[in-house]
Design a protein around this ligand. Structure first.
Ligand code: MG
Length: 319
């Protein structure tokens, strides 16, 4: 069998079939029926071996992560994930690797009701690119641009677990058996907060997902919205696993500068705060208020129990 046929076969078994896909994989392009009254949201993420993942990483988790990080961007826009296209660059065709990667990708696509509708394969250094498309009711997409002075700053879930997971995988840190499973799960199998993103459409004034740590990402909202923020580092939610595994300073560094949490960071006007708890209670994911938006454009001020908190953010810079 020709190797490109083999690749096609690996992805053909993808389970979930959407009834709005008229033509999927196998033609020159996909044909999709986009619902009336909705906007299309499009996002792309690339993962390069040696930059975004280790060469020996389980291909199944890689397939999962590639889908989850893209869907997380759709969640941050308040969109419902729908369709995926895959750009796959492979040094060699390794049947076992490909099968496990395709399975991880398909399982996660199914989980989020997404269908793989096309893609392209080339030879080269291992690089995975996914383009995810979703829909949102016309004019209702969330963005980074709407935060206003006085709004409250919230995050979903807990921060820093994934950064600790990376340290564990790099052998920089030992953690107890009790917490190892949770921490590595958070690093290899992140969850996109899709349902919460959609629920936030009527409440949040701005939203994004945290992929580069709170201190790396919040400035994007501040810049796009033309505002500042005061964050109380004592309020940043951290898991028991993270708190038990390192001292407070290290845990805080994971939460502030560590990457790949894929939690949502959003702002809520004062008059919408009351509905937040009720609206989000069905999802079983905690949300925590960590600070407020100020008029000091572009300025992120950290405090610890009302005292200024000095912290030097050293996030990952791609270029
Ligand atoms: Mg993002």
């Amino acid at each position: 069998m020709h190797e490109f046929e083999l690749i096609e076969q690996c992805f053909a078994r993808s389970g979930y079939r959407r009834n709005d896909v008229s033509i999927g994989v196998g033609d020159d392009g996909a044909v999709i029926q986009v619902r009336d009254g909705f906007d299309l949201v499009v996002t792309t993420d690339t993962m390069v071996q040696g930059v975004h993942f280790f060469p020996n990483v389980d291909p199944r988790s890689l397939g999962h992560k590639l889908v989850a990080v893209n869907v997380s961007d759709l969640a941050a826009m308040g969109a419902e994930p729908c369709w995926l296209s895959l750009g796959l660059t492979l040094p060699v065709v390794d049947n076992e690797w490909l099968k496990a990667f395709a399975e991880g990708l398909s399982e996660t696509a199914d989980y989020y009701n997404c269908q793989l509708v096309g893609g392209d394969t080339t030879r080269g250094p291992l690089t995975l690119t996914l383009c995810a498309k979703g829909i949102v009711p016309r004019g209702k997409a969330l963005s980074r641009a709407g935060a206003k002075v006085g709004d409250y700053v919230y995050v979903t879930g807990t921060l820093g677990d994934s950064a600790l997971g990376l340290k564990v995988e790099q052998g920089q840190c030992e953690i107890s058996k009790k917490h190892r499973g949770h921490i590595l799960q958070r690093f290899h199998y992140p969850t996109a907060r899709v349902a919460i993103g959609q629920a936030l459409r009527t409440i949040a004034s701005s939203c994004m997902d945290i992929s580069d740590g709170l201190c790396g990402d919040l400035p994007h909202i501040l810049k796009r919205s033309g505002v500042g923020a005061i964050i109380d580092v004592a309020k940043i939610p951290m898991s028991q696993a993270l708190k038990d595994s390192c001292d407070w300073q290290q845990a805080l560094q994971c939460a502030l500068s560590g990457g790949e949490d894929y939690e949502l960071l959003f702002t809520v006007p004062e008059d919408k705060r009351g509905s937040l708890e009720v609206l989000l209670s069905p999802y079983g994911v905690p949300v925590t208020c960590i600070g407020r938006i100020t008029g000091a454009a572009g300025k992120l001020e950290l405090r610890h129990l009302d005292q200024p908190f000095v912290y030097h953010h050293s996030g990952y810079q791609h270029f």
